[in-house]
Design a protein around this ligand. Structure first.
Ligand code: ARG
Length: 244
């Protein structure tokens, strides 16, 4: 009797913990924009999810340069501002009546940006209007951070389309260099030891440390793999370039 009950409890625990690693941003939980009003989605004009971003001023969104890039025949061109929308105040991107969709008046990509794994993967979108949502200030890295997004919940799952978040450990630069050949200490940060990570569709989105914006989701090999941390643009490095 006792043994049987124990077996059932163990089975339930195994099931629940197994489900949580297979589920989420990857490995995360649902989040609400009401709690983090500065997190925004970047979409096409017809509402397809491109990336995430963060409101750093009423009319400025920090995102990844690769989110504002189109691969052309001859190279990687800046995506025209009129092809982008910023969606704020909408936890479920399919709830088109909620929140605000803002047009983009100007796209600034880091002038050195070449390719996502080469770094300088940061862009600032200037909105056509100011948004009435709380903004987030830039900050430094710490022991861990929270990454938010509407993207895939596993490498081969479709985007969640509802906001999710997960806490990820921030790794020492030496460990990032060892695991990611393109890693640039100081200008990037890497986070995650498997199970928890950002994934496709989360790019450009915020990594928050102590309530401040420390990183931008940039790239990864697969998602949440044991030896493949997610790589982020380290915003503290770009503070003077960005000017806020
Ligand atoms: N580059 C991907 C995107 O465009 C996201 C990369 C993040 N991947 C990761 N495993 N942390 O959405």
């Amino acid at each position: 009797m006792r043994g049987k009950r124990l077996a059932v409890i163990v089975a339930v625990i195994a099931l629940v913990s197994g489900a949580s690693t297979a589920d989420a941003i990857v490995g995360g939980t649902p989040a609400r924009v009401a709690d983090t009003p500065w997190v925004v989605a970047i979409t096409t004009t017809d509402g397809q999810l491109i990336c995430g971003g963060a409101l750093v001023a009423p009319d400025k969104v920090v995102t990844a340069a690769h989110c504002a890039t189109i691969k052309g025949v001859v190279g990687r061109n800046q995506r025209p501002a009129e092809q982008l929308r910023v969606v704020a105040g909408r936890t479920d991107l399919r709830a088109t009546g909620e929140g605000i969709e803002a047009a983009v008046a100007n796209v600034w990509r880091h002038p050195e940006y070449k390719d996502v794994t080469k770094g300088d993967d940061v862009a600032v979108l200037t909105l056509a209007r100011s948004l009435p949502y709380r903004t987030i200030a830039l900050g430094e890295v710490g022991e861990d951070g929270v990454v938010l997004g509407w993207g895939r919940t596993a490498e081969s799952s479709p985007p969640a389309m509802t906001l999710r978040k997960v806490t990820v450990p921030i790794l020492p630069d030496a460990e990032c260099v060892a695991k990611e050949p393109d890693y640039r200490p100081g200008a990037m940060l890497c986070a995650g030891r498997g199970g928890r990570d950002a994934c496709a569709g989360d790019s450009g989105g915020p990594l928050v440390v102590r309530g401040r914006l420390a990183g931008v989701v940039s790239f990864g090999r697969g998602c949440a793999r044991a030896d493949e941390p997610g790589v982020y643009t380290r915003l503290a490095h770009y503070r003077s370039t960005l000017g806020f």
